[in-house]
Design a protein. Sequence first.
Length: 259
Amino acid sequence: MKTLTISVFILTVSILIVAFRQPDTSAYTKTEKTYPGFAVLELFTSEGCSSCPSADALVGKIQKEYKDKPVYILSFHVDYWNRLGWRDVFSDPAFTKRQQQYASIMKLPSVYTPQAIVDGNTEFVGSQEATMRKAIAEGLNSNTTTQIVFENIKAGKEQISLDYHIDGDLSNASLVLALVQKTAESKVRAGENAGRILSHVQIARRIQNIVINEKNTGKAFINVPDNLKNIDLEVIGFLQNTENGKITAANRAALIQKI
């Protein structure tokens, strides 16, 4: 009986020693890298729309206030107002198509102006300041698990090139580049805004989807319109989910020299 008791004691001690020596696997759990939040603000607007100047002015105000923050503004001038008396010189069918794609993803009954969309998943009337500020704040206060970096931006007469590097999840992601004209002013001579002088900021002039290579690092190009010489430009790039429209990373690349 005494021998049995000793054996049980030795076995119990052995089990405790083995248990004590087992590594804590939780200490080796891989943590996902996170990056600071951002906000991509897209405004769909037109010089032919009487409701749009107030939204354009609001975006200009936001641009000044958030100039030192990762808030990326893109004013897309759509072309479906052109038939009503005034052709918006900044309009492009590609921008109308982009807005229509959002309408399809978000199951909206139709497109409209002014429409604002933040980070590809929050839409509202572009002149609603409180809603816009709330959406921007939510983007800035949310971390992201993806980062995009641009380097070696070079401006040529016909196209701009840059190097990109992406860290993070690229599932269903597309790299989108937008060539942006920083400011402009137009005197409208017809249509709903006839007689007005309109000021614009962050005007998208080209938008282009880039195929991301297997290494998530490469060189990208975006074409330059003929009428953009000696104008302040920048490139805004972002990663966007092709299924739900969510934008997961964004950055800008300022041109060191004018074209």
